[in-house]
Design a protein around this ligand. Structure first.
Ligand code: ADP
Ligand code: MN
Ligand code: MN
Ligand code: MN
Length: 339
């Protein structure tokens, strides 16, 4: 029987941004293991802000498994963190309590910066490169350098090999900034894939001596773009029935719940959602057709289809937790009657 290298991955207890953690367990299986075959495992929660030293065991409960193309017989095992009884979710385990709906579809656009020695990749040691303009979807050494695209391509291939549903990649507005898009049906499915794709990217970058900067405004109040994680979403009702009246009621509810959304859309978002750089001010809800300066962008296709299809909430940021973001979207949707 082959020995499989199972990389158990979980989110630690740091706030406001949880870090990814992982460790390997080697186990024999006849063939690539199913989720049901994967055992619970444990770790020392006192080192991850998840327990006190005198009672430090936490339990890892596998919730999704993906092939790991970087290893012979490798598997990436996404886990929830449980209390020692193995049944009670740990307080840091947000996945366990979120709203889910297999007919709710999510497309997340994860933006991020490659960082080298504390600076965006491609920035000179002092000062700044040429201003923004040519970098977005840019081609050529002076725009994207000579390593970033290679990493982005390798990341794409590793994610596809893992069965992660990437829908695209592009160079972004700032130098050293890139994006990938992942589409999934159900909030847990889509959000698990974002976390695992983040994991794969971080691990890949180790070999290049680079870090990923996930902060939403790493260059502060300058003319350099921040990073978002736009959340495109549609429910079955939005896709099949929709209508202008429902759309307007939905947007009114999004407006009413502004604080709830902002509170889970990632830290420091007031630094990014300023009204500049294709953002709307964080404290004022707005929507608009094809409007990238609105909180929610309504695609042309949505209106042309009789107010049916998906909407794009542009406010979630690059450091946001996709579990909590998707759940809040579903919560607000659930408050709007469909009759
Ligand atoms: P842009 O950069 O113009 O905002 P992208 O192409 O980067 O657009 O992202 C659009 C996202 O919308 C993709 O992640 C895609 O998966 C998602 N999407 C498309 N159709 C739907 C749908 N019906 N429901 C939810 N998400 C969708
Ligand atoms: Mn995009
Ligand atoms: Mn983008
Ligand atoms: Mn977008």
């Amino acid at each position: 029987m082959p020995k499989f290298k199972l990389e158990y991955i979980w989110l630690d207890g740091y706030e406001p941004v949880q870090n990814l953690r992982s460790k390997t367990q080697v186990k024999e299986f006849d063939s690539f293991p199913t989720l049901a075959q994967l055992p619970l495992w444990g770790f020392d929660g006192s080192s991850t802000m998840q327990a006190e030293g005198h009672s430090s065991d936490c339990v890892l409960k596998p919730v999704a498994v993906y092939p790991d193309a970087t290893r012979t017989n490798g598997a990436l095992v996404m886990c929830e963190v449980m209390m020692p009884d193995g049944e009670t979710p740990h307080v840091s385990n947000h996945r366990s309590t979120i709203l889910d709906d297999a007919d709710a579809w999510f497309g997340f656009e994860q933006e991020y910066f490659f960082y080298e020695n504390g600076r965006p990749l491609g920035f000179p040691e002092q000062g700044f490169p040429a201003p923004q303009g040519p970098y977005y979807t840019g081609i050529g050494f002076k725009n994207v350098g000579n390593i970033a695209r290679q990493i982005v391509e390798e990341h794409l291939d590793l994610c596809l090999a893992a069965g992660i549903n990437h829908e695209g990649i592009n160079a972004e507005v700032a130098k050293g900034q890139w994006e990938f898009q992942i589409f999934g049906k159900g909030s847990r499915t889509a959000a698990d894939q974002i976390w695992v794709a983040r994991y794969i990217l971080l691990r890949l970058c180790e070999t290049y001596g680079l870090d990923i900067e996930w902060h939403c405004k790493p260059l502060g109040d300058t003319d350099w773009n921040g990073s978002g994680m736009h959340c495109n979403f549609s429910t079955k009702f939005m896709r099949e029935t929709g209508g202008k009246a429902y759309f307007e009621a939905l947007m009114a509810q999004f407006g009413k719940n502004l604080e709830d959304h902002i509170s889970v859309y990632g830290p420091d978002n007031h630094l990014r959602l300023t009204g500049k750089h294709e953002t709307a001010p964080w404290n004022k809800f707005s929507y608009g057709i094809a409007d990238r300066g609105a909180s929610v962008r309504v695609p042309h296709s949505f209106v042309n289809n009789g107010y049916k299809g998906y909407l794009e909430d542009r406010r979630p940021n690059s450091q946001g937790c996709p579990y909590r973001i998707a759940s809040q979207v579903l919560k607000t949707v659930s408050e709007v009657p469909t009759k």
